[in-house]
Design a protein around this ligand. Structure first.
Ligand code: SF4
Length: 235
């Protein structure tokens, strides 16, 4: 049997191992406060990191604090975060999320998520407008070190091309499937996630993936069954 014909769970572990060798293994340390991470992740939807940061700091400079953001005119808030995509949708969602946190917790503080089991933390977070499974899993993994797998466009695309996920699997199902195949430690999941992101930006890009340079080409379905046979060029 060729390496690319191995079962998906074995390929998932090999993918993790090969990407760990290619990119540095990083310690899982929260990069910003819990509230900052939540609101920035909401801002980051379809937006690059630089523009997301600019929006975050412009918003806080203009309105002072979370109370100021909640009470701001929604059009003014959308203007403050205009470097992100869909500011008109994100502004009311951020205000509603902040209101919900204040009403339920009495302050703008989500530290209590630390103590909640994953399903409860996920249910609480995804009640908020603008917070889907991806945003919730990013926050829970990056900040609270919970064993979840955020599936962004890079994780999803590479996993399908390599053959860790079937062609018909949806992004929401992919979370559970990948989680079952990978080592359960949050730091391992974190490294898998950030390595897939880096690989998706550098090598396994949406258009014209650089398969010849890719450390995964020996186990990749797309490379072995499509690229090497020239099927992608024929299409
Ligand atoms: S071999 Fe090509 S398609 Fe497969 S993971 Fe690498 S870059 Fe992506």
């Amino acid at each position: 049997m060729e390496a690319y014909q191995l079962p998906p769970n074995e390929k998932a572990l090999l993918t993790h191992e090969l990407l760990n060798q290619e990119y540095r293994h990083r310690k899982l340390e929260p990069r910003r406060s819990h509230m900052h991470e939540l609101i920035s992740t909401m801002l980051s939807h379809r937006t690059n990191h630089k523009d997301e940061e600019k929006a975050y700091y412009t918003m806080l400079e203009r309105f002072g604090d979370w109370d100021g953001v909640v009470n701001a005119d929604v059009d003014d808030l959308a203007d403050a975060i205009q470097t992100t995509r869909y500011p008109g949708q994100k502004a009311p969602q951020i205000q509603q999320a902040l209101r919900m946190i204040k009403e339920e917790r009495g302050e703008y503080n989500i530290d209590f998520l630390e103590e909640l089991p994953v399903p409860e933390a996920m249910a609480w977070l995804t009640k908020m407008p603008g917070v889907g499974v991806k945003t919730a899993t990013l926050l829970l993994l990056f900040n609270f070190k919970k064993p979840v797998m955020p599936v962004d466009t890079h994780v999803f695309r590479i996993s399908q091309r390599v053959g860790l996920l079937g062609a018909k699997v949806t992004a929401s199902k992919a979370h559970d499937i990948l989680l079952e195949m990978l080592p359960p430690e949050p730091e391992e999941l974190y490294n898998f996630h950030i390595h897939m992101l880096r690989h998706g930006q550098r090598i396994c890009t949406f258009f014209s993936p650089k398969c010849e340079e890719c450390v995964l080409n020996g186990i990749c379905n797309y490379y072995q069954e499509v690229r090497q046979k020239g099927i992608d060029k024929a299409a």
